[in-house]
Design a protein around this ligand. Structure first.
Ligand SMILES: [Ca+2]
Ligand SMILES: [Ca+2]
Ligand SMILES: [Ca+2]
Length: 487
């Protein structure tokens, strides 16, 4: 759903090495300098600004803020964020009067600051536009379905600078099967985020929902938002199952959760649930069934047809998750026909089981579930399911799973977790073979038969090749041992 349009600036603001024609440098109390640019887009609900070229000296940064309320600000944007091969879009500021500010630290030469701003996105303020329009009472507000509150907190509204303006959609954080990491994978429809250039611009709107029954729903500008864009990892267009898998570049707010998923196809007639932001409004929920039909305009092999018994979707719901009664994701909304007047017409969701082979390397990095990641099994055994956890093919006394945990080579009998040396001088320096992807605990005991050993140091990040830990008191004499674990 388009909720904003491009407006090119009457002339690009080019700012290269000096105050140019748009206002001079001013001094800050701290000895630095700053420069501001004021932009007005009448009737705008919000503005994003495209910076085509930016170079900033170390310590310099940009800010954008509401000219009428400077506390409404985003940034600082530093040089590390700007890329030479892609324009940078500032985060939305909900105002018609935007200020762009460039700050230089004391002593920084202004000849090193270069900036070109040439285009804005103007988000509609027209009250008849779908964005923030009056709530439609026939939608089911998720606040009245507490069993879905937690799963609903995986769902976010999505703002994307698309080819023809600012698009609104929905998407969902999805979990992966690797419990040792927490990575912010996000699934939406490909027609909401088509490629890396669009993913660079995405803003995620969290908890855009009625906080408790009877409460006023929040405005989109008042909910937590993550900017900074996303990495576009995988996707397929509408001629296939219309999905995009992203990885957020900024951490979502506390309280956001990760939806589980399944590749088990929902059977015809199986109950399914949709959670979405219809027409860019607050979060809603639908209840229906996988209805088994197909539509000529959707290649049926790639889509689930869904018919709602309660609720319906609208533009803006695109990309939203389809879930089973077990709260497991099975697809994402591409489009369809349900509406307020004809809620019983079907919708079409791209099938997650079809996307799975393309997203498995991120979401299911241990596809055979033996706790050894596919990448490791492929590296040493040539196939993601070739390693047998309990086998010890290289005969070093450590089974493959133990060698995986230690990140040692399971095909080399000389490679296994061990202490390399212990110095016995004024301090004991314990050196052991290690990997940068693992953490180590060093323990001490005077008696090998002890069940509880003293911790010398725990959670020591592994260095490349070997790591050393020092115990300063050398008395009493005793024994050391090393434990290894995933971070
Ligand atoms: Ca495995
Ligand atoms: Ca072994
Ligand atoms: Ca080995």
């Amino acid at each position: 759903m388009r909720i904003g349009i491009f407006r090119d600036l009457p002339a690009p603001v080019v700012f290269c090495g000096g105050p140019a024609a748009y206002g001079g440098w001013r001094r800050t109390a701290g000895g630095g300098r700053f420069w501001t640019l004021s932009l007005t887009s009448p009737e705008a609900k919000a503005i994003r600004l495209r910076l085509d070229t930016v170079f900033l000296p170390p310590g310099a940064y940009l800010l954008v803020y509401d000219a009428k309320d400077p506390t409404e600000r985003r940034g600082p944007y530093t040089d590390a964020l700007f890329r030479t091969d892609a324009p940078f879009w500032t985060d939305s500021i909900f105002t018609a009067d935007l200020m762009l500010e460039c700050n230089l630290p004391p002593g920084a030469p202004d000849t090193e600051a270069t900036l070109k701003a040439d285009r804005i996105v103007h988000l509609y303020a027209d009250p008849t536009a779908p964005w923030r329009r009056a709530a439609d009472a026939t939608h089911n507000d998720i606040v009245f379905y507490p069993a879905w509150t937690n799963t609903g907190n995986a769902v976010a509204g999505l703002g994307t600078v698309g080819y023809d303006g600012y698009l609104w959609g929905t998407g969902v954080l999805v979990s992966d099967t690797d419990d040792s990491t927490l990575i912010d994978y996000f699934l939406t429809a490909n027609h909401c985020v088509r490629d890396q250039a669009e993913a660079d611009t995405v803003e995620f709107y969290w908890f855009y929902q009625t906080p408790y029954p009877g409460a006023e729903p929040p405005a989109p500008e008042d909910v937590p938002r993550t900017g900074g864009g996303a990495d576009y990892l995988a996707g397929a267009g509408t001629s296939e199952n219309d999905f995009a898998l992203l990885r957020l570049r900024s951490v979502p707010p506390a309280g956001a959760v990760y939806a589980g998923w399944t590749t088990e196809p929902p059977t015809n007639g199986q109950a399914v649930i949709g959670i979405h932001h219809p027409a860019g409004t607050r979060k809603r929920i639908n209840f229906g069934a996988q209805s088994g039909g197909s539509c000529p305009s959707y290649p049926s092999a790639y889509y689930w047809e869904v018919t709602w018994g309660s609720g319906f979707t609208e533009v803006g719901s695109s990309g939203s998750p389809l879930l089973t009664e077990s709260h497991e994701l099975v697809g994402q909304l591409s489009g369809g026909f349900s509406s307020s007047t004809e809620p019983g017409l079907p919708d079409y969701y791209g099938r997650f089981d079809i996307a799975y082979p393309l997203v498995r390397e991120w979401l299911d990095p241990d596809s055979d579930g033996d706790e050894m990641l596919d990448t490791w099994e492929i590296r040493y055994f040539g196939d993601p399911s070739n390693a047998t956890a309990g086998a010890d093919g290289d005969g070093d006394g450590f089974c493959n799973l133990a060698e995986y945990i230690a990140d040692t080579n399971p095909t080399n009998g000389e490679s296994f977790l061990r202490i390399l040396s212990i110095s016995n001088k004024t301090a004991n320096v314990i050196s052991f073979g290690s990997s940068t992807g693992r953490c180590y605990d060093v323990e001490f005991s005077t008696n090998l038969a002890d069940t509880a050993w003293d911790t010398v140091q725990s959670n020591v990040p592994g260095q490349e090749a070997f790591t050393s830990v020092t115990r300063t008191n050398t008395e009493p004499a005793g024994y050391y041992r090393i434990r290894v674990h995933l971070p």
